[in-house]
Design a protein around this ligand. Structure first.
Ligand SMILES: Cc1cc2nc3c(=O)[nH]c(=O)nc-3n(C[C@H](O)[C@H](O)[C@H](O)COP(=O)(O)OP(=O)(O)OC[C@H]3O[C@@H](n4cnc5c(N)ncnc54)[C@H](O)[C@@H]3O)c2cc1C
Ligand SMILES: NC(=O)c1ccc[n+]([C@@H]2O[C@H](COP(=O)([O-])OP(=O)(O)OC[C@H]3O[C@@H](n4cnc5c(N)ncnc54)[C@H](O)[C@@H]3O)[C@@H](O)[C@H]2O)c1
Length: 494
């Protein structure tokens, strides 16, 4: 039986990062992937959906330009666009494969090993791998479980990945559906609503069990996103409950019940179900491997499971499902096994982007979370209409919002940027949060001009009472409030 220092099960972002970090420690590592390398970081997930999003933005810009110059609007061909997405996906996959293929040459030792197959942990140090050519067993001192997650399904919805899809079935589409209902208005639902409505060839409906889309995000942010979706004729079903969804004569038929008890039936071509993801741990461990679990899946203490040499990283841990978090956990687990982690595993300052219209970038707490935790805080926000770069882009839709502790120190707790270039403008604040710094440093940095980040700087200068733009004058474009013990107050500026 071949023996390894580490066996990593699952070649998504978390597993790949873990395997590569093991090479840094000069350890013999086996990575096992049952399907395609890259997991949902590439396929039916982050990279594929972001390529669709980029293409849809270009399509929307083109349509807008055609409309304003009185030129006929072009039709977008789904198959051609899908080929573009495939090209992007293949490019990234080829890069990872090339990297895997040559890693040992670079390391000057036979450290990294890859096998295609379905792995199962059958003993605390033994893994069996089922391949097309049969089964084999290996022994490893340490095992990293990185098998990711899959779309959650609902008992009453007959998903066939053809007419009623999850995000895994998008690639089965042959053309733009004329109409589509999205069940679940979280991140995946809203990103696909943005993509399909940007192309302008699909009438999109959205259903969420809550009374608004993105229930975990602040009201002011949701309101911009909802307005934008509705301006592209997305129908958002509010305060309604999905009572039935079925396929009749090749069409999706769904029934909603409203708060007042009335019901309405809708017919659409396709449905997309995006009601969260569940971790892949079934059939991964034989009964003799007794890892503690709860209803959400494997329980881990900073990636280590209750069996000390078995670790769990990425989406399988059922907490934050993001590429950057999976990679962070994968690297951390290896550092924990073979040395001392370079940094603590903390989740507070993780940056996120939601690829909507406009994009929403965030780091740290939002107002909902700060209130839930009853942390006294101040919120300062500035409209994009005050930022030169946004004016130059002729797109002043959006705002910046910085949340700081409500004390002398004004420590940065979180930030949200809604608008063009949102993602690139949050990095300075992410760094400040991770360094536990106040806002003076940010106020004094020199940023390139014109840039969106200058707006962030104006926000913090507003808190320090030294902004160029006086909030008392520009009341519609700037706001500053404080929150303590459940009470929200406007902060008065001279
Ligand atoms: C539509 C969509 C869009 C997303 N967009 C973003 C985004 O913009 N930004 C972001 O940060 N995150 C995004 N995510 C989330 C992100 O893709 C996941 O959080 C990330 O891929 C998780 O990485 P992972 O390695 O834990 O799992 P996965 O990527 O799921 O990889 C797990 C791998 O394990 C393999 N595997 C499973 N069981 C076995 C077994 N028994 N033996 C061998 N191999 C096995 C699977 O085939 C898979 O390749 C998106 C997800 C989806 C679905
Ligand atoms: N840009 C990004 O970073 C990005 C993009 C896509 C996905 N992701 C990751 O993937 C994860 C999964 O995304 P997701 O959108 O599936 O999950 P989610 O948790 O973001 O959203 C699920 C939504 O479904 C709703 N819902 C749940 N049960 C329902 C029901 N029975 N009927 C109607 N609505 C219901 C919830 O209220 C929620 O709004 C995210 O948590 C995120 O971490 C990240």
């Amino acid at each position: 039986m071949d023996k390894y220092d580490v066996c990593v099960i699952g070649g998504g972002p978390a597993g790949y990062a873990a395997a590569m970090r093991a090479v840094d420690f000069k350890k013999k590592v086996l990575l096992i992937e049952k399907n395609k390398i890259g997991g949902a970081g590439i396929h039916n997930g982050a990279l594929s959906s972001k390529t669709w999003w980029e293409l849809s933005r270009e399509a929307f810009a083109l349509r807008t330009h055609c409309k304003s110059t009185n030129v006929p609007t072009p039709k977008h061909n789904f198959q051609i666009l899908k080929e573009e997405v495939n090209k992007a996906v293949n490019k990234r996959q080829e890069l990872l494969e090339h990297h895997m293929h040559n890693i040992n040459l670079n390391a000057g030792a036979d450290l990294f090993h890859f096998r295609q197959g379905i792995a199962k942990v059958v003993g605390e140090t033994v893994v069996v791998v089922r391949t097309d050519d049969g089964e084999f067993e290996i022994e490893a001192d340490n095992i990293i479980l990185a098998t990711g997650s899959r779309p959650r399904k609902l008992d009453n919805i007959p998903i066939d990945e053809n007419i009623i899809l999850t995000s895994d079935g998008i690639e089965n589409l042959k053309e733009f559906p004329k109409s589509m209902v999205i069940v679940g208005a979280g991140v995946i639902g809203c990103e696909f609503a943005t993509i399909f409505s940007n192309f302008g060839q699909t009438k999109v409906h959205m259903i969420d069990k809550g009374d608004r889309i993105l229930p975990f995000e602040d009201e002011d942010i949701v309101s911009v996103i909802e307005q934008n979706l509705e301006s592209k004729e997305v129908l958002i079903h509010r305060n309604s409950r999905l009572v039935e969804m079925k396929v009749e004569n090749g069409m999706v038929v769904y029934t909603l019940e409203y708060d007042n008890g009335s019901k309405e039936i809708f017919h659409v071509e396709k449905a997309l179900v995006s009601v969260g993801r569940i971790p892949n741990y079934e059939n991964l461990l034989s009964a003799s491997v007794k890892i503690n679990m709860d209803s959400r899946g494997i329980i881990d203490d900073l990636t280590q499971t209750s069996v000390p040499n078995i670790y769990a990283v990425g989406d399988i841990t059922a907490d934050i499902a993001l590429v950057n978090v999976g990679e962070l956990e994968g690297r951390y687990s290896i550092e924990k096994i073979f040395g001392k982690p370079e940094k603590d595993l903390i989740y507070e300052n993780i940056s996120t982007i939601m690829f909507l219209a406009p994009e929403v970038a965030g780091v740290g707490l939002n107002e909902i979370k700060a209130r839930e935790a009853n942390i006294p805080h101040k919120v300062v926000s500035l409209d994009y209409s005050c930022i030169s770069r946004a004016i130059a882009m002729r797109n002043t839709e959006g705002f910046i919002k910085v949340i700081v502790s409500n004390d002398e120190e004004m420590r940065v707790l979180g930030m949200r940027v809604v608008g063009e270039h949102a993602s690139s403008s949050i990095e300075a604040v992410a760094l400040l949060i991770s360094m536990n710094k106040g806002i003076e440093e940010l106020a004094e940095l020199i940023h390139p001009h014109p840039s969106i980040i200058e707006g962030i700087q104006e926000c913090v200068r507003m808190l320090l009472n030294k902004s160029m733009l006086k909030p008392g004058v520009l009341r519609d474009a700037m706001r500053c409030t404080s929150y303590s013990d459940g009470e929200i107050k406007n902060v008065a500026f001279a």
